[in-house]
Design a protein around this ligand. Structure first.
Ligand code: 16G
Length: 244
């Protein structure tokens, strides 16, 4: 903290001064990702501010995704990630995409199971009578930073047990020679729910991209219905347009 040379100024709420000071130090890298912030009491001593003021500044930094608080281990600077450009011209998987960028991808399964399909899902996935759905919801990370939450639904004919998808769904399908050949993807704006914001380590109500993908096999059958929320502060989806 000493590296950030705090100096109280006159004017403006004090918590905001501390907030802006720490925000600037995080954004310009003086306070690197994963740096542990001094405890509230210590910060109060270092800055000459009250603990209530320090707490307010830290809470705001947490709300804005700049600081992460873990029970028992204090507050530390959240990992920062540059914006990612995602091309809309190729059908890739999250794992492939991160690999191509030289990032380590990981997935945390939030829920998974086998379900009876809704009438809409029977039609959308072209399920045979009595067919069931394997559904998996994953929190997807790159270099440990949470980027998206995705829920994928597939016929159990293709994925009999969703709990066996350890890293990549597309890799799992490719073991059986299955690979989607095209997809329709719809992107719309949404706001994160408190639960989604917590998982993605951003603020409640932050803007995000809601993405819906229906992927098809070469035969024309739908293989995958996936919906997800992608962090709006990180993702840019880019398409090249040509004059028709
Ligand atoms: C991408 C796809 C998603 C697909 C997943 C497979 C978008 C918006 N979505 O996240 O539909 O299920 O890749 O990734 O691109 P995986 O093979 O790493 O599990």
């Amino acid at each position: 903290f000493s590296a950030t040379s705090w100096q109280q100024r006159s004017g403006g709420p004090r918590y905001l001064q501390l907030y802006r000071h720490l925000e600037a130090a995080i954004k310009d890298g003086r306070l690197a990702a994963a740096t542990t912030l001094p405890a509230e009491r210590e910060l109060a001593t270092l800055t000459g501010l009250s603990r209530v003021t320090v707490r307010k500044a830290i809470s705001q930094l947490v709300m804005d995704g700049l600081v992460v608080q873990r029970r028992g281990s204090g507050s530390f600077v959240a990992p920062q990630m540059k914006r990612l450009e995602q091309s809309l011209s190729a059908l890739t998987s999250f794992t492939e995409d991160m690999h191509r960028r030289g990032k380590a991808s990981s997935s945390e399964t939030l829920s998974c199971g086998i379900y009876l399909p809704s009438p809409e899902e029977i039609i959308a996935l072209g399920l045979p009578s009595g067919g069931q759905i394997s559904r998996i919801t994953r929190l997807r990370r790159a270099d440990g930073i949470p980027l998206a939450i995705e829920t994928s639904s597939l016929s159990t004919e293709f994925i009999p047990d969703p709990s066996c998808i350890e890293t990549s769904l597309y890799e799992k399908l490719s073991v059986d020679g299955i690979r989607p050949s095209r997809a329709i993807q719809r992107i719309s704006a949404c706001k994160l729910t408190p639960e989604q914001a917590q998982l993605l380590e951003v603020s409640e109500g932050d803007a995000a991209l809601y993405i819906d993908r229906t992927a098809y096999l070469p035969s024309g059958r739908v293989i995958e219905l996936t919906t997800g929320v992608y962090r709006g502060d990180i993702y840019d989806f880019v398409a090249e347009l040509r004059n028709a």
